[in-house]
Design a protein. Structure first.
Length: 268
């Protein structure tokens, strides 16, 4: 933890990592960009959730903890209603969990485009199929598309992320938005940085630190986790130039959170 926190401070303080919004103050962050912060006043905890990094389990823990906040049946308030200065308060323990940025993208792709998801199919897959898969009129629904074996490839997904048009239309979806944009690690001083790769020991350590290890325990996951050893297979269909561009797009996340540059994928 000491190392992870120190690395974040160093990366935020020097110019070796540059990204949009790095040097703005907390007060300059628009409210809508704070919507990934979940606050539990009773236990003095602020959690920034990152989709595809065990966030459902941490949200469950936050719900269990803040359930005790129910007074006269009034539930936990909306994170956006939380006064801005609350996030700065020293007495709150602020934490987030991260994972290897490329593995997180593979996981997002598998979850949203290899499984039937009508919403993601209509909002994103159809766009990818039209733009990059030579499908001017893709099937109207995800069931039709799966019925004829059509879905965007991982390579199409990467093209979509690299296409300047994508962010012109709207900010990246939270499932592939960079962690530095979701959690503002240079404006919010996190007390604890968990890694999905060491999730169970990190979770145990954190719950002890929060003094809630007697109230709740982190559910162990036996789900089909995306392994970093598969990276080479997944990226084999992605041109080397695109891989390097993608690294640039996610480099701040790699460096802020201490993930090695994936040389084997970038130097072929």
């Amino acid at each position: 933890q000491e190392q992870r926190r120190r690395l974040l401070q160093e990366m935020c303080a020097n110019d070796s990592v540059v990204f949009p919004g790095k040097n703005r103050s907390f007060d300059d962050i628009p409210n809508k960009e704070l919507d990934h912060l979940i606050v539990d006043d009773r236990h003095g905890i602020i959690y920034c959730y990152v989709p595809k990094v065990a966030c459902s389990n941490w949200k469950r823990i936050m719900i269990i903890l803040s359930e005790s906040l129910l007074r006269d049946g009034v539930p936990q308030r909306d994170p956006l209603a939380i006064p801005r200065d609350l996030v700065k308060l020293k007495k709150y323990t602020k934490f987030l969990f991260v994972r290897d940025p490329f593995v997180r993208l593979i996981s997002a792709y598998r979850n949203k485009f290899e499984l039937r998801n009508e919403d993601f199919y209509r909002r994103f897959a159809q766009v990818m199929l039209r733009r990059y898969a030579n499908q001017p009129t893709p099937p109207a629904s995800v069931d039709e598309a799966f019925g004829v074996g059509i879905h965007p490839s991982f390579s199409h997904f990467i093209q979509y992320l690299l296409d300047p048009q994508t962010e012109k239309e709207m900010p990246f979806n939270e499932h592939w938005r960079q962690v530095y944009r979701l959690c503002h690690p240079c404006q919010i001083q996190y007390d604890f940085v968990g890694h999905l790769e060491t999730a169970e020991e990190d979770a145990e350590h954190l719950l002890r630190q929060l003094r809630v290890d007697n109230v709740v325990e982190f559910p162990t996951s036996h789900r089909n986790l995306t392994a970093s050893s598969w990276e080479a297979d997944w990226f084999s269909t992605v041109p080397i130039e695109a891989r390097r561009e993608l690294y640039k797009l996610y480099e701040p996340d790699f460096r802020l959170f201490g993930y090695d540059r994936p040389d084997s994928i970038l130097n072929e």
